[in-house]
Design a protein around this ligand. Structure first.
Ligand code: C2E
Ligand code: MG
Ligand code: MG
Length: 700
């Protein structure tokens, strides 16, 4: 390039433009040789080639010059010629350019696809002489299309087969969805495609979805769709950004979480309910009571916790089996449900413990009436495994805020009140009382530690003298058990004997008492008491045990003692059930020379005429009569009559609980045979009693 005089750059040396008419044969040849197509021309009359570019010759496997004059069949073989023939004929008939696709197979099966154009060349005079054949190799193009089609097909299959919903959207419009998503939403394909995806989302879920889209986030997130019928569908989206022809399409897999949420809800239900009765369980009670207590603190609302425990449930469970126990629990749960209605929160804590939280009416009267209604409902007879029976329950009540401001305090104190109800005869209701709660608390401690007391040698015997009247000579001594508790100090028998009976601990304790008492006798002899006699209290459980007589006789033998050294104190109740067993037992004991006394006489319902038939040596007039002797005419009359009648029936009498000289004087006047009480001596520990013994005068 050089600059001319104008200073402008000189025109480049382009070849002169060539038009169809001005092109030289060389130019045309150069053009056809350089085109990326295979080009040939044949005579339509002779069907012989008149021209071919190098590419075409190569394609049919012929030399470019040799090809001229050949037919199609000569050049490419009959098979290919026959395949092309119908198209050639069509072109000749229609005198129009036609196009078809042609597959050229190769021996290794990797053939080529060609686009073939047959273009008729009408001469200037309209005579049709020549036809051009243009073939371009489209194999790569076709393969690309095939691949794309397969990809689309694969995606379509995946979308149809997926149980999850799939949606494609682009630029704020849904471009495709699969059938599962349509089923999930309740819409048809046409109702969905072209719409804004946000349209199908719950209003409260849109902000997050918008943010996820805007940031092209690919992390899964929870969302909510809205069904055509308006219901909410909890879902999880897993979005992906796909590049598609230069644009970004967003695809989301939509997982319906309804069932999974239902599972979660079911798991939550199980975690919060008692599986046997379907009532709320302890976890739920704690949670809800917590809320109630919080709320009640602000509103000062009345709130009461009723702790319900089935009486003697363990016995039912042990004797009838766990299935029967379960049946009972279910029945009780139903009855409580029926009584409580929807107002009260009802729960089972486990075992035979139920808790009702009462939310209305703070007055004790209302609560007591409500509690009584529950007790009545529970005490209705029921059928358990075909047996008709009556089972009762005990209820303890604690009120917010007086008896506790926290869930724990309320439950603990309602439990303490329930324990109180149990200790006072069961089948009843008691309100929490702080002082009584302490006693109940102690009872619990006692219950849990009683089993270890023997092993830990924590029991002791105290001894209280019995003296003859009117001379005051020592005739015997009553052994009274004490528990020296490491924390609680000295505990009297009234606080633990009935518990021991309930826990089946009375047999070993009774055995220990007998051994310990008899063990003292030798020392007493040494102190000058020639024929010592120790009175031992019995529990009815001991008395009814099969090996009772043997165990007593064994104990005497072990200590080298005779029957006269021992007196057994029975209660009227033990003798009430007349039967061969009782008679045999009493006879065996009497035969062995063992004394028999009726303790606390007058508090039971036995009559003297009944006792007359039994080998009883001594009646112990209960201290409640002795206490009232100076004040109550009735007590005086009863005591006097008892002493007289007993004497006439050949029984001795001993008055218990003598505390004053006045009582003793009256008793002497009534000719009581002996007295026992603080006036003579308090119960003493073994060593104190030894000291006392040295000062005593003896009956014999
Ligand atoms: P109990 O057999 O009627 O014993 C008499 C109770 O009256 C004793 O109470 C005694 O300490 C008390 N007492 C004695 N003199 C007086 C008095 O002048 N005034 C008053 N107010 N009380 C007096 P304790 O030791 O508390 O025993 C209570 C009950 O426990 C006994 O009543 C007896 O039924 C039972 N018990 C005691 N030891 C045993 C035992 O080893 N086995 C069994 N199964 N029961 C026992
Ligand atoms: Mg006694
Ligand atoms: Mg007594």
């Amino acid at each position: 390039m050089s600059a001319d005089s104008s200073g402008l750059p000189a025109k480049p040396d382009y070849p002169e433009p060539v038009t169809a008419s001005s092109a030289t044969p060389e130019q045309l040849r150069a053009l056809t040789e350089n085109l990326p197509v295979s080009l040939a021309c044949f005579n339509v009359k002779t069907l012989r080639f008149v021209y071919s570019n190098a590419r075409f010759a190569r394609l049919v496997g012929q030399d470019q010059t040799a090809l001229i004059g050949m037919t199609f069949g000569d050049a490419a073989g009959e098979e290919i010629a026959n395949a092309a023939l119908p198209f050639v004929n069509m072109m000749l008939e229609q005198r129009q350019a036609i196009k078809f696709e042609y597959y050229l197979p190769r021996e290794d099966h990797s053939g080529f696809w060609f686009d073939v154009h047959l273009v008729p060349d009408m001469g200037a005079d309209g005579e049709f002489l020549l036809c051009y054949v243009l073939m371009s190799n489209v194999t790569a193009h076709r393969e690309a299309i095939k691949e794309a089609r397969e990809a689309v097909e694969r995606l379509r299959k995946f979308m149809a087969a997926s149980t999850e919903g799939v949606v494609f959207h682009e630029g704020g419009k849904i471009v495709d969805v699969n059938p599962p998503l349509l089923r999930m939403l309740g819409y048809t394909y046409d109702e969905v495609v072209g719409q804004d995806p946000l349209k199908f989302m719950a209003v409260d879920a849109r902000t997050e979805a918008l943010a996820a889209m805007a940031l092209a986030r690919e992390t899964a997130y929870d969302s909510v769709l809205v069904h055509k019928n308006g219901s909410r569908i909890p879902v999880q989206f897993t979005p992906r950004n796909l590049q598609w022809d230069g644009t970004t399409i967003r695809m989301s897999i939509v997982r319906d979480m309804t069932e999974r949420m239902a599972d979660a809800a079911r798991i939550h239900f199980l975690a919060m309910h008692d599986s046997l009765t379907g009532l709320a369980n302890r976890a739920q009670l704690n949670e809800r009571l917590e809320l109630l207590v919080d709320g009640a603190g602000e509103t000062q609302a009345a709130l009461a916790v009723l702790f319900i425990d089935i009486d003697h449930f363990k016995r039912i469970n042990d004797s009838l089996g766990h299935a029967a126990g379960d049946e009972l629990l279910v029945t009780f749960a139903e009855r409580l449900k029926a009584e409580c209605g929807d107002d009260a929160l009802l729960s089972r804590l486990g075992g035979d413990e139920f808790v009702v939280v009462h939310r209305q009416g703070g007055s004790r009267d209302i609560l007591a009436a409500f509690g009584e209604r529950l007790l009545d409902a529970l005490a209705r007879p029921l059928n358990i495994e075909g047996r008709r029976m009556t089972v009762t329950a005990s209820i303890g009540v604690a009120q917010f805020p007086d008896d506790g401001r926290s869930v724990m305090a309320l439950l603990k104190n309602a439990d303490a009140a329930m324990y109180l109800a149990k200790s006072q005869g069961r089948a009843t209701l008691r309100f929490f009382d702080p002082s009584l709660a302490r006693a109940a608390d102690q009872a619990l401690t006692i219950e849990s530690q009683l089993g270890d007391a023997i092993r830990n040698a924590e029991f002791e015997l105290f001894y209280q003298p019995q003296v003859s009247e009117p001379d005051g000579a020592l005739i015997g001594v009553e052994a009274l058990i004490r528990w020296r508790h490491p924390d609680l100090g000295l505990i009297g028998p009234t606080q633990f004997i009935h518990i021991a009976e309930g826990l089946q601990l009375i047999a070993p304790i009774g055995q220990w008492v007998l051994d310990e008492a008899l063990g003292q006798v030798k020392a007493w002899k040494a102190a000058g008491w020639r024929e010592p006699r120790v009175a031992v209290n019995l529990s009815s459980v001991q008395f009814r045990a099969a090996n009772f007589v043997e165990s007593v006789l064994d104990a005497l033998k072990r200590h080298n003692l005779v029957g006269a050294n021992l007196e057994l104190e029975l209660t009227e109740r033990m003798l009430m059930h007349e039967g061969d067993d009782t008679t045999t037992t009493l006879a065996a004991l009497t035969t062995a020379g063992i004394g028999l006394a009726i303790d606390d006489f007058g508090t039971g319902y036995s009559s003297l005429s009944h006792l007359r038939t039994l080998p009883i040596d001594r009646l112990k007039i209960d201290q409640s009569f002795v206490r009232e002797l100076t004040d109550s005419r009735d007590c005086y009359a009863i005591t006097e009559a008892t002493i007289r009648l007993a004497s006439s029936l050949g029984m001795l009498t001993i008055a218990e609980g003598v505390e004053t000289e006045a009582q003793r004087t009256i008793l002497r006047r009534m000719h009581v045979h002996a007295t026992q009480g603080f006036l003579i001596a308090h119960p003493m520990c073994a060593s104190d009693f030894m000291v006392w013994l040295r000062t005593a005068t003896f009956e014999n």
